[in-house]
Write a protein that binds this ligand. Structure first.
Ligand SMILES: [Zn+2]
Length: 199
């Protein structure tokens, strides 16, 4: 079979991918652009969108193109070290923290069970993905409080915590003071050109 690297799947390949057809295993591998993962055709992960799928003749070519081997189907026996895998998940959390992020959605993207993701992340990082996400959000909120004149509730919304009461409680727990206190204590001496701020 002549498969060019980075080729879109043929109808037969696409059907095999959707059906998790093991008879196609070894003939090619498919990558998913949104998750940067590549799989065997038989992988039991939920079918991606066809426009995000590319086909590679070998696992090595997929890896060379920057895709990571799937944790579930371990294409061609390639195994990603847990540390590297968790780093990639943490990076994805940092890139998407203003959005709604759930353990289930992260696990589905990574083709593993929520339990496996939670346990591995915690073992490598010493904290759960949810704790890590919260830390990233609180750090981003601190920056906004210091450097912008945005209202407290708006700051919460900007960092993915649109529930103002929840944001205030979580911030206080993590930072040891309220968002307003934090802003007063850390505000830059010269207010930004956004104008006067009335606390
Ligand atoms: Zn897979």
């Amino acid at each position: 079979m002549a498969v060019q690297p980075n080729e879109t799947p043929s109808d037969a390949q696409w059907t095999a991918i959707v059906d998790c057809d093991a008879s196609h295993d070894g003939k090619y591998y498919y990558s998913v652009s949104t998750t940067r993962i590549f799989c065997r055709p038989s992988c039991k992960s939920r079918a991606p969108k066809r426009e995000h799928v590319r086909v590679f003749k070998t696992a090595a070519e997929a890896a060379q193109a920057g895709f990571r081997p799937c944790k579930r189907c371990k294409p061609d026996g390639l195994r990603l070290p847990d540390e590297e895998w968790v780093d990639a998940i943490a990076e994805s959390i940092r890139a998407h923290y203003p959005e709604r992020i759930t353990l289930d959605a992260l696990a589905e993207q990574q083709h593993v069970s929520p339990y496996h993701l939670q346990r591995t992340f915690k073992r490598v990082r010493g904290q759960s993905p949810a704790d890590y996400l919260l830390r990233v959000r609180i750090e981003a909120a601190k920056t906004l409080l210091r450097e912008s004149a945005a209202a407290i509730a708006a700051v919460g919304g900007e960092v993915g915590m649109p529930n103002a009461a929840h944001f205030a409680t979580a911030f206080q727990k993590a930072a040891g003071c309220t968002p307003t206190q934090y802003r007063l204590a850390h505000r830059a001496p010269n207010p930004s050109k956004d104008g006067d701020v009335h606390e």
